[in-house]
Design a protein around this ligand. Structure first.
Ligand SMILES: C[S@@+](CC[C@H](N)C(=O)[O-])C[C@H]1O[C@@H](n2cnc3c(N)ncnc32)[C@H](O)[C@@H]1O
Ligand code: SF4
Length: 389
């Protein structure tokens, strides 16, 4: 059952992990098995407070983490039973947590898509990343998910792991392709300055930094040659010829990239609703305590004026392979920069139903953020942020 509002995308954050991987910067908490049930109580209380914002028919639900599949099973089941039904229900999973029983349970509770955090198939690199899963766990997890009926499987890979050679990258891509996922996300590893991971591997990361453009091109070339559509900077789905008529782009994330409103529940979760961005603060204790008292969680509110929204539409829309309509981004676009980027062959203008539209050329997409930064018109006024309790 959903509400009478207009929001069609729901994100739910499950922060618990068995341990912390060195490179991870997400809102996560290690262990705390005895707190999972009360956290799910808090999520359900937040859902009850916000339910009216949701549309009668929700389009996508995404359970992200943390490690949603590490959540104590009864609490996870209770959560999935209470969430609105949706056409796409995705759960993020770590390979070592996926058993045949869990996979069957997820499917039985309406999960249609699983995003599996593989990162690499090389033992040496998994150990650098401090991952718990071995390569064999990935294959076991994929088999269990397929046997349970998951027909939309995404694999996450990382490139730029300290010590990763081109041959390592090729091997990872080859192994991932051999598992025939419907979707792949390939991210360049980000090591936040000041973290222990950056400290431990900083020298190697600096040495290999200039090779990353080549790695990115290798990822794209290999996956496109294997029949995947490079539909977003870091995301690939089976191209029409292999997709049996299905659009296999991640519908939930597509909602973010296209600037749709979304509701985020949970500690640290972000929402964008009717011109306001809300960020739940990252304290687990504060989150659970507020909801147990019937209050909304502590959060920061950021009004998004129309210009900011147009800037975000341009920034995010140019990550996609489909053109962005000029009428939608208006004054966010620097027209002189557009002319310059077009003459450099980095952007192309196309006719669209309502005027013109633009997209990055293949070369422009490899330079990505640098081209988009040029295209963004200068911003005169800073946008304010205030904290609500
Ligand atoms: C927050 S994780 C949650 C999923 C799951 N717990 C896992 O570790 O696989 C979602 C994805 O973000 C990506 N990711 C996490 N930390 C990253 C980093 N520092 N740089 C780039 N990608 C990262 C990984 O590919 C990961 O699969
Ligand atoms: S399992 Fe995933 S969310 Fe948890 S610490 Fe590792 S990378 Fe982060």
């Amino acid at each position: 059952m959903s509400g009478s509002g207009a929001v069609r995308h729901l994100y739910v954050h499950l922060p618990f992990c068995a341990h912390r991987c060195g490179y991870c910067d997400f809102v996560t908490v290690v262990g705390r098995r005895d707190e999972h049930a009360s956290y799910v109580d808090a999520l359900l209380a937040e859902l009850a407070l916000e339910r009216e914002l949701l549309a009668e028919q929700v389009e996508t639900v995404f359970l992200g983490g943390g490690t949603p599949t590490f959540t104590e099973p009864r609490a996870l089941v209770r959560l999935l039973e209470a969430l609105p039904e949706a056409e796409e229900v995705t759960v993020e999973a770590n390979p070592e947590t996926v058993t045949p029983e869990l996979a069957r349970r997820l499917v039985g509770l309406g999960v249609t898509r699983v995003s599996l955090g593989v990162q690499s198939f090389q033992r040496r690199l998994l150990s650098v990343l401090q991952r718990r899963a071995a390569p064999a766990d990935v294959r076991r997890a994929v088999d269990a998910l397929r046997a349970a009926g998951i027909a939309n499987l995404s694999l996450d890979l990382l490139y730029g792991v300290p010590g990763q050679s081109e041959a390592d990258l090729d091997a990872d891509l080859e192994e991932a392709i051999a598992l025939a996922p419907e979707h792949l996300s390939c991210y360049e590893l980000e090591a936040k300055p000041g973290t222990r991971f950056a400290h431990a591997h900083g020298a190697e990361l600096a040495r290999q930094a200039e090779r990353m453009e080549g790695y990115f091109e290798r990822v794209v070339e290999t996956l496109v040659a294997a029949g995947y559509r490079w539909y977003e900077t870091a995301n690939f789905c089976r191209a029409p010829a292999l997709a049996e008529g299905r659009d296999l782009r991640a519908r939930h994330n597509l909602g973010y990239w296209l600037g749709h409103d979304y509701l985020g529940l949970g500690v640290g979760a972000v929402s964008t609703i009717a011109g306001t961005r809300r960020r739940n603060l990252p304290s687990l204790v504060g989150y659970v305590r507020a909801l147990a008292a019937g209050e909304p969680p502590p959060r920061a509110l950021e009004p998004l004026d129309d210009r900011t929204r147009r800037r975000e539409l341009l920034l995010l829309g140019l990550r996609l392979d489909e053109p962005v309509r000029l009428v939608d981004v208006g004054d966010a676009l620097d027209r002189d920069a557009l002319d310059r980027m077009e003459s450099l062959g980095l952007v192309e203008l196309l006719a669209s139903g309502r005027g013109e539209a633009l997209r990055l050329t293949r070369r422009g997409r490899f330079l990505g953020g640098a081209v988009t930064a040029e295209l963004l018109a200068a911003l005169e006024e800073p946008v304010g942020v205030r904290v609500a309790s």
